[in-house]
Design a protein around this ligand. Structure first.
Ligand code: GLY
Length: 405
Protein backbone atom coordinates (compact mmCIF):
# COMPACT_ATOMS: atom_id res chain seq x y z
CA UNK A 1 0.00 0.00 0.00
CA UNK A 2 2.75 2.37 1.03
CA UNK A 3 4.76 1.49 -2.08
CA UNK A 4 1.71 2.06 -4.28
CA UNK A 5 1.17 5.48 -2.76
CA UNK A 6 4.78 6.44 -3.36
CA UNK A 7 4.56 5.18 -6.93
CA UNK A 8 1.37 7.10 -7.61
CA UNK A 9 3.01 10.18 -6.15
CA UNK A 10 6.00 9.81 -8.44
CA UNK A 11 3.72 9.59 -11.44
CA UNK A 12 1.84 12.74 -10.49
CA UNK A 13 5.09 14.54 -9.87
CA UNK A 14 6.34 13.44 -13.25
CA UNK A 15 3.36 14.83 -15.09
CA UNK A 16 3.72 18.18 -13.44
CA UNK A 17 7.44 18.58 -12.92
CA UNK A 18 9.46 16.45 -15.33
CA UNK A 19 9.09 18.83 -18.19
CA UNK A 20 10.94 21.42 -16.11
CA UNK A 21 14.06 19.27 -16.10
CA UNK A 22 14.02 17.41 -19.40
CA UNK A 23 16.29 14.39 -19.43
CA UNK A 24 18.17 12.92 -22.39
CA UNK A 25 19.73 9.93 -20.67
CA UNK A 26 19.74 7.74 -23.78
CA UNK A 27 22.17 7.69 -26.69
CA UNK A 28 19.72 6.82 -29.49
CA UNK A 29 22.38 6.08 -32.12
CA UNK A 30 24.14 3.63 -29.87
CA UNK A 31 20.81 2.00 -28.91
CA UNK A 32 20.02 1.55 -32.61
CA UNK A 33 23.50 0.11 -33.21
CA UNK A 34 22.85 -2.36 -30.40
CA UNK A 35 19.56 -3.33 -32.11
CA UNK A 36 21.34 -3.86 -35.44
CA UNK A 37 23.91 -6.12 -33.73
CA UNK A 38 21.21 -8.27 -32.10
CA UNK A 39 19.21 -8.50 -35.34
CA UNK A 40 22.32 -9.69 -37.18
CA UNK A 41 22.79 -12.42 -34.56
CA UNK A 42 19.24 -13.62 -35.26
CA UNK A 43 19.72 -13.49 -39.02
CA UNK A 44 22.86 -15.52 -38.54
CA UNK A 45 20.91 -18.10 -36.51
CA UNK A 46 18.20 -18.27 -39.16
CA UNK A 47 20.73 -18.70 -41.97
CA UNK A 48 22.70 -21.36 -40.12
CA UNK A 49 20.07 -23.98 -41.04
CA UNK A 50 20.56 -25.79 -44.40
CA UNK A 51 18.18 -23.39 -46.05
CA UNK A 52 16.35 -20.48 -44.49
CA UNK A 53 12.55 -20.68 -44.38
CA UNK A 54 11.15 -17.18 -44.82
CA UNK A 55 7.73 -18.28 -43.56
CA UNK A 56 9.12 -18.97 -40.07
CA UNK A 57 9.00 -15.85 -37.89
CA UNK A 58 10.74 -15.17 -34.56
CA UNK A 59 8.11 -15.07 -31.79
CA UNK A 60 9.66 -15.47 -28.32
CA UNK A 61 12.72 -16.46 -26.31
CA UNK A 62 11.99 -18.04 -22.96
CA UNK A 63 14.25 -17.91 -19.90
CA UNK A 64 17.35 -20.07 -20.36
CA UNK A 65 17.16 -19.95 -24.16
CA UNK A 66 19.32 -17.78 -26.42
CA UNK A 67 17.66 -18.01 -29.83
CA UNK A 68 14.19 -17.14 -31.03
CA UNK A 69 11.44 -19.77 -31.12
CA UNK A 70 9.92 -19.52 -34.57
CA UNK A 71 6.28 -19.69 -35.61
CA UNK A 72 4.93 -20.37 -39.09
CA UNK A 73 3.32 -17.31 -40.69
CA UNK A 74 -0.29 -18.48 -40.83
CA UNK A 75 -3.54 -16.56 -40.54
CA UNK A 76 -3.71 -17.60 -36.86
CA UNK A 77 -0.22 -16.32 -35.94
CA UNK A 78 -0.96 -12.71 -34.99
CA UNK A 79 2.70 -11.80 -34.37
CA UNK A 80 4.01 -12.81 -37.81
CA UNK A 81 4.27 -9.22 -39.09
CA UNK A 82 6.57 -7.95 -36.34
CA UNK A 83 9.83 -9.59 -37.44
CA UNK A 84 9.52 -8.19 -40.98
CA UNK A 85 8.72 -4.87 -39.29
CA UNK A 86 11.85 -5.07 -37.11
CA UNK A 87 13.88 -5.67 -40.26
CA UNK A 88 12.29 -2.66 -42.01
CA UNK A 89 13.11 -0.46 -39.02
CA UNK A 90 16.68 -1.77 -39.01
CA UNK A 91 16.92 -1.03 -42.74
CA UNK A 92 15.59 2.47 -42.07
CA UNK A 93 18.24 2.97 -39.37
CA UNK A 94 21.19 1.48 -41.24
CA UNK A 95 20.30 1.79 -44.96
CA UNK A 96 21.93 -1.64 -45.27
CA UNK A 97 20.68 -3.27 -48.49
CA UNK A 98 21.22 -6.81 -47.24
CA UNK A 99 18.81 -6.06 -44.36
CA UNK A 100 16.33 -4.66 -46.89
CA UNK A 101 16.53 -7.92 -48.84
CA UNK A 102 15.74 -9.90 -45.70
CA UNK A 103 12.87 -7.54 -44.88
CA UNK A 104 11.41 -8.03 -48.35
CA UNK A 105 11.62 -11.82 -48.20
CA UNK A 106 10.00 -12.12 -44.76
CA UNK A 107 7.34 -9.54 -45.65
CA UNK A 108 6.39 -11.35 -48.84
CA UNK A 109 5.67 -14.54 -46.85
CA UNK A 110 2.53 -12.74 -45.68
CA UNK A 111 1.12 -12.03 -49.16
CA UNK A 112 -1.37 -14.92 -48.77
CA UNK A 113 -3.36 -12.71 -46.38
CA UNK A 114 -4.53 -10.65 -49.37
CA UNK A 115 -6.05 -13.75 -50.95
CA UNK A 116 -8.08 -15.26 -48.09
CA UNK A 117 -11.08 -14.16 -46.00
CA UNK A 118 -10.34 -12.41 -42.70
CA UNK A 119 -9.68 -14.87 -39.90
CA UNK A 120 -9.72 -12.18 -37.20
CA UNK A 121 -8.91 -8.52 -36.45
CA UNK A 122 -5.13 -8.96 -36.23
CA UNK A 123 -4.70 -8.11 -39.92
CA UNK A 124 -3.46 -4.63 -39.08
CA UNK A 125 -0.68 -6.00 -36.86
CA UNK A 126 0.18 -8.59 -39.51
CA UNK A 127 0.18 -6.39 -42.56
CA UNK A 128 0.74 -2.79 -41.52
CA UNK A 129 3.88 -3.58 -39.48
CA UNK A 130 5.32 -5.54 -42.43
CA UNK A 131 3.88 -4.27 -45.72
CA UNK A 132 3.03 -0.87 -44.23
CA UNK A 133 6.62 -0.11 -43.28
CA UNK A 134 7.83 -1.73 -46.49
CA UNK A 135 5.64 0.55 -48.58
CA UNK A 136 6.61 3.62 -46.54
CA UNK A 137 10.28 2.93 -47.25
CA UNK A 138 10.17 1.56 -50.83
CA UNK A 139 6.88 2.69 -52.49
CA UNK A 140 6.63 -0.82 -53.99
CA UNK A 141 3.18 -0.83 -55.69
CA UNK A 142 2.65 -4.52 -54.97
CA UNK A 143 2.91 -3.74 -51.25
CA UNK A 144 0.17 -1.13 -51.63
CA UNK A 145 -2.05 -3.67 -53.40
CA UNK A 146 -1.66 -6.10 -50.49
CA UNK A 147 -2.43 -3.42 -47.87
CA UNK A 148 -5.57 -2.29 -49.71
CA UNK A 149 -6.83 -5.85 -50.25
CA UNK A 150 -6.22 -6.77 -46.61
CA UNK A 151 -7.93 -3.58 -45.41
CA UNK A 152 -11.06 -4.58 -47.34
CA UNK A 153 -10.78 -8.01 -45.79
CA UNK A 154 -10.52 -6.54 -42.26
CA UNK A 155 -13.60 -4.39 -42.98
CA UNK A 156 -15.70 -7.53 -43.52
CA UNK A 157 -15.51 -8.05 -39.75
CA UNK A 158 -17.22 -4.71 -39.11
CA UNK A 159 -20.80 -5.05 -37.86
CA UNK A 160 -22.88 -1.87 -38.44
CA UNK A 161 -25.43 -2.83 -35.78
CA UNK A 162 -22.70 -2.75 -33.14
CA UNK A 163 -20.44 -0.18 -34.78
CA UNK A 164 -17.19 -2.06 -34.14
CA UNK A 165 -15.05 -4.70 -35.79
CA UNK A 166 -15.62 -8.22 -34.48
CA UNK A 167 -12.18 -9.03 -33.06
CA UNK A 168 -12.38 -12.79 -32.62
CA UNK A 169 -15.08 -14.47 -34.76
CA UNK A 170 -14.00 -17.82 -33.30
CA UNK A 171 -14.86 -16.65 -29.77
CA UNK A 172 -18.41 -15.33 -30.24
CA UNK A 173 -19.88 -18.31 -28.42
CA UNK A 174 -17.26 -18.24 -25.66
CA UNK A 175 -17.94 -14.57 -24.86
CA UNK A 176 -21.69 -14.76 -25.53
CA UNK A 177 -21.70 -12.16 -28.31
CA UNK A 178 -19.82 -9.88 -30.65
CA UNK A 179 -16.46 -9.31 -28.96
CA UNK A 180 -14.18 -6.31 -29.39
CA UNK A 181 -10.80 -6.30 -27.71
CA UNK A 182 -8.73 -3.21 -26.93
CA UNK A 183 -5.87 -4.49 -29.13
CA UNK A 184 -8.21 -3.93 -32.09
CA UNK A 185 -7.57 -0.17 -31.78
CA UNK A 186 -4.15 -0.75 -33.39
CA UNK A 187 -5.67 -2.21 -36.54
CA UNK A 188 -7.50 1.05 -37.30
CA UNK A 189 -4.32 2.73 -38.56
CA UNK A 190 -4.28 0.51 -41.64
CA UNK A 191 -7.92 1.36 -42.41
CA UNK A 192 -7.22 5.11 -42.15
CA UNK A 193 -4.20 4.68 -44.42
CA UNK A 194 -6.13 2.66 -46.99
CA UNK A 195 -8.99 5.20 -47.08
CA UNK A 196 -6.61 7.99 -48.06
CA UNK A 197 -4.38 5.95 -50.37
CA UNK A 198 -6.79 4.70 -53.01
CA UNK A 199 -8.92 2.35 -50.91
CA UNK A 200 -12.61 2.51 -50.09
CA UNK A 201 -13.47 5.79 -48.28
CA UNK A 202 -15.86 3.84 -46.03
CA UNK A 203 -12.82 2.38 -44.27
CA UNK A 204 -12.36 5.78 -42.61
CA UNK A 205 -15.95 5.72 -41.28
CA UNK A 206 -15.49 2.18 -39.98
CA UNK A 207 -12.34 3.18 -38.11
CA UNK A 208 -14.02 6.25 -36.58
CA UNK A 209 -17.11 4.30 -35.55
CA UNK A 210 -14.94 1.61 -33.95
CA UNK A 211 -12.98 4.23 -32.01
CA UNK A 212 -16.17 5.99 -30.85
CA UNK A 213 -17.95 2.84 -29.68
CA UNK A 214 -14.84 1.60 -27.93
CA UNK A 215 -14.46 4.96 -26.19
CA UNK A 216 -18.08 4.79 -25.10
CA UNK A 217 -18.14 1.21 -23.86
CA UNK A 218 -14.69 -0.07 -23.01
CA UNK A 219 -13.41 2.36 -20.34
CA UNK A 220 -14.15 2.88 -16.68
CA UNK A 221 -14.83 6.32 -15.21
CA UNK A 222 -11.13 6.63 -14.30
CA UNK A 223 -10.10 5.97 -17.95
CA UNK A 224 -8.65 2.53 -17.30
CA UNK A 225 -9.72 0.06 -19.96
CA UNK A 226 -11.46 -3.27 -20.13
CA UNK A 227 -9.71 -5.77 -22.36
CA UNK A 228 -12.94 -7.11 -23.89
CA UNK A 229 -16.35 -5.58 -24.58
CA UNK A 230 -19.15 -7.95 -25.55
CA UNK A 231 -22.11 -6.72 -27.59
CA UNK A 232 -25.52 -8.23 -28.34
CA UNK A 233 -25.35 -9.09 -32.01
CA UNK A 234 -29.03 -8.25 -32.59
CA UNK A 235 -29.45 -5.02 -30.63
CA UNK A 236 -25.83 -3.79 -30.69
CA UNK A 237 -26.01 -3.12 -26.94
CA UNK A 238 -22.89 -3.62 -24.81
CA UNK A 239 -23.80 -6.54 -22.55
CA UNK A 240 -20.54 -7.41 -20.81
CA UNK A 241 -17.05 -6.07 -20.10
CA UNK A 242 -14.33 -8.45 -19.01
CA UNK A 243 -10.73 -9.47 -19.42
CA UNK A 244 -8.96 -12.18 -21.37
CA UNK A 245 -5.27 -11.50 -20.82
CA UNK A 246 -5.47 -9.25 -17.76
CA UNK A 247 -5.51 -10.25 -14.09
CA UNK A 248 -9.19 -9.45 -13.43
CA UNK A 249 -12.19 -8.00 -15.22
CA UNK A 250 -11.71 -4.77 -13.29
CA UNK A 251 -7.93 -4.46 -13.40
CA UNK A 252 -5.81 -2.41 -15.81
CA UNK A 253 -3.96 -4.88 -18.05
CA UNK A 254 -0.78 -3.02 -18.98
CA UNK A 255 -0.64 -3.87 -22.67
CA UNK A 256 -4.37 -3.29 -23.10
CA UNK A 257 -3.95 0.24 -21.74
CA UNK A 258 -0.90 0.65 -23.97
CA UNK A 259 -2.94 -0.30 -27.06
CA UNK A 260 -5.55 2.27 -26.00
CA UNK A 261 -2.98 5.07 -25.57
CA UNK A 262 -1.38 4.29 -28.92
CA UNK A 263 -4.72 3.74 -30.68
CA UNK A 264 -6.37 7.02 -29.68
CA UNK A 265 -3.20 8.95 -30.47
CA UNK A 266 -3.37 7.55 -34.01
CA UNK A 267 -7.10 8.28 -34.28
CA UNK A 268 -6.39 11.91 -33.38
CA UNK A 269 -3.57 12.07 -35.97
CA UNK A 270 -5.91 10.75 -38.67
CA UNK A 271 -9.08 12.73 -37.80
CA UNK A 272 -7.69 15.84 -36.08
CA UNK A 273 -10.77 15.74 -33.85
CA UNK A 274 -9.53 17.09 -30.48
CA UNK A 275 -11.82 14.76 -28.53
CA UNK A 276 -9.50 11.86 -29.38
CA UNK A 277 -6.37 13.68 -28.24
CA UNK A 278 -8.07 14.69 -25.01
CA UNK A 279 -9.09 11.06 -24.50
CA UNK A 280 -5.61 9.72 -25.34
CA UNK A 281 -4.16 12.08 -22.73
CA UNK A 282 -6.59 10.88 -20.06
CA UNK A 283 -5.94 7.24 -20.89
CA UNK A 284 -2.18 7.94 -20.74
CA UNK A 285 -2.39 9.86 -17.48
CA UNK A 286 -3.89 7.02 -15.46
CA UNK A 287 -1.17 4.71 -16.82
CA UNK A 288 1.66 7.17 -16.08
CA UNK A 289 0.34 7.96 -12.62
CA UNK A 290 0.56 4.30 -11.58
CA UNK A 291 3.93 3.32 -13.07
CA UNK A 292 6.70 1.93 -10.90
CA UNK A 293 9.88 3.93 -10.49
CA UNK A 294 11.64 2.59 -13.59
CA UNK A 295 8.68 3.45 -15.87
CA UNK A 296 8.22 -0.19 -16.96
CA UNK A 297 4.79 -1.51 -15.87
CA UNK A 298 4.02 -4.74 -14.13
CA UNK A 299 2.11 -6.91 -16.61
CA UNK A 300 -1.12 -5.82 -14.91
CA UNK A 301 -1.43 -2.86 -12.55
CA UNK A 302 -3.17 -5.15 -10.02
CA UNK A 303 -0.93 -8.16 -10.64
CA UNK A 304 -0.48 -10.45 -7.65
CA UNK A 305 2.93 -10.22 -6.03
CA UNK A 306 3.82 -6.61 -6.88
CA UNK A 307 6.65 -5.50 -6.53
CA UNK A 308 7.98 -8.95 -7.53
CA UNK A 309 5.39 -9.54 -10.27
CA UNK A 310 6.66 -9.89 -13.86
CA UNK A 311 6.98 -6.70 -15.90
CA UNK A 312 5.77 -6.10 -19.42
CA UNK A 313 8.48 -4.35 -21.40
CA UNK A 314 6.32 -4.63 -24.52
CA UNK A 315 3.70 -2.31 -23.00
CA UNK A 316 6.45 0.19 -22.16
CA UNK A 317 7.65 0.15 -25.79
CA UNK A 318 4.14 0.70 -27.17
CA UNK A 319 3.52 3.58 -24.76
CA UNK A 320 6.93 5.18 -25.38
CA UNK A 321 6.26 5.21 -29.10
CA UNK A 322 2.75 6.61 -28.61
CA UNK A 323 3.92 9.35 -26.21
CA UNK A 324 6.56 10.48 -28.69
CA UNK A 325 3.83 10.92 -31.28
CA UNK A 326 1.58 12.62 -28.70
CA UNK A 327 4.38 15.06 -27.89
CA UNK A 328 4.25 16.31 -31.49
CA UNK A 329 0.64 17.45 -31.05
CA UNK A 330 1.62 19.99 -28.39
CA UNK A 331 4.17 22.72 -27.92
CA UNK A 332 5.95 23.91 -24.80
CA UNK A 333 5.70 22.19 -21.46
CA UNK A 334 3.13 19.56 -22.43
CA UNK A 335 5.12 18.45 -25.43
CA UNK A 336 8.28 18.24 -23.32
CA UNK A 337 6.44 16.30 -20.60
CA UNK A 338 5.27 13.55 -22.95
CA UNK A 339 8.62 13.33 -24.69
CA UNK A 340 10.41 13.22 -21.36
CA UNK A 341 8.22 10.37 -20.08
CA UNK A 342 8.96 8.40 -23.27
CA UNK A 343 12.69 9.05 -22.96
CA UNK A 344 12.66 7.78 -19.38
CA UNK A 345 10.94 4.56 -20.54
CA UNK A 346 13.46 4.07 -23.34
CA UNK A 347 16.39 4.84 -21.03
CA UNK A 348 15.16 2.18 -18.62
CA UNK A 349 14.82 -0.34 -21.45
CA UNK A 350 18.31 0.56 -22.71
CA UNK A 351 19.90 -0.87 -19.57
CA UNK A 352 21.46 -4.17 -18.52
CA UNK A 353 18.24 -5.07 -16.72
CA UNK A 354 16.08 -5.00 -19.86
CA UNK A 355 18.48 -5.47 -22.79
CA UNK A 356 18.66 -8.97 -24.29
CA UNK A 357 22.36 -8.24 -24.77
CA UNK A 358 24.55 -11.05 -23.55
CA UNK A 359 21.58 -13.15 -22.34
CA UNK A 360 19.91 -13.91 -25.66
CA UNK A 361 19.47 -12.65 -29.23
CA UNK A 362 16.42 -10.44 -28.63
CA UNK A 363 16.54 -6.69 -28.19
CA UNK A 364 14.63 -6.78 -24.89
CA UNK A 365 13.93 -9.12 -21.97
CA UNK A 366 10.99 -9.09 -19.53
CA UNK A 367 7.76 -8.99 -21.49
CA UNK A 368 4.61 -10.87 -20.54
CA UNK A 369 2.35 -12.32 -23.22
CA UNK A 370 -0.61 -14.09 -21.62
CA UNK A 371 -0.24 -14.51 -17.86
CA UNK A 372 -3.67 -16.11 -17.20
CA UNK A 373 -2.82 -18.81 -19.76
CA UNK A 374 0.68 -19.24 -18.28
CA UNK A 375 2.19 -18.31 -21.62
CA UNK A 376 5.25 -16.13 -22.40
CA UNK A 377 5.75 -14.89 -18.85
CA UNK A 378 8.87 -12.76 -18.33
CA UNK A 379 10.09 -13.57 -21.85
CA UNK A 380 11.53 -11.81 -24.85
CA UNK A 381 8.64 -11.27 -27.27
CA UNK A 382 8.95 -9.99 -30.81
CA UNK A 383 6.40 -7.17 -30.54
CA UNK A 384 8.39 -5.57 -27.72
CA UNK A 385 11.37 -5.38 -30.09
CA UNK A 386 9.22 -3.96 -32.88
CA UNK A 387 7.79 -1.08 -30.82
CA UNK A 388 11.19 -0.48 -29.18
CA UNK A 389 12.77 0.15 -32.57
CA UNK A 390 9.80 2.26 -33.66
CA UNK A 391 10.15 4.41 -30.55
CA UNK A 392 13.94 4.77 -30.94
CA UNK A 393 13.55 5.87 -34.56
CA UNK A 394 10.84 8.34 -33.58
CA UNK A 395 13.06 9.77 -30.86
CA UNK A 396 16.00 10.08 -33.24
CA UNK A 397 13.83 11.97 -35.75
CA UNK A 398 12.41 14.26 -33.06
CA UNK A 399 15.90 15.02 -31.75
CA UNK A 400 16.93 15.91 -35.31
CA UNK A 401 13.91 18.16 -35.77
CA UNK A 402 12.36 15.83 -38.38
CA UNK A 403 8.84 14.49 -38.83
CA UNK A 404 8.39 11.10 -37.12
CA UNK A 405 6.51 9.57 -40.07
N1 GLY B 1 -2.91 -8.68 -29.24
C1 GLY B 1 -2.62 -9.65 -28.23
C2 GLY B 1 -1.72 -9.13 -27.18
O1 GLY B 1 -1.51 -7.95 -27.00
O2 GLY B 1 -1.21 -9.98 -26.46
Amino acid sequence: MKVNKIIAGLGMAMLTACSLTPSQPIDVDSALEYCDGQIKKTLNDLHSADSIDYTMMPRNIMKGETQWNLRKATKEEWTAGFWPGVLWYDYEATQNDSIRLEAEKFTESLSFLAEIPAYDHDLGFLVFCSYGNGYRLTSNPEYKRVILAVSDSLATLYRPKVGTILSWPRNVEMFGGHNTIMDNMINLEMLFWAAKNGGNKKLYDIAVSHADKTMQNQFRDDYTSYHVAVYDTLTGECINRCTHQGYADNSMWARGQAWAIYGYTVVYRETKDPKYLDFAEKVAKVYLDRLPEDYIPYWDFSAPGIPDAPRDASAACVVASALLEMSTFFTGEKSATYKDAAVRMLASLDSDKYRGGETNHSLLLHSTGHWPAGSEIDASIIYADYYYMEALLRLKKLNEGKSIY
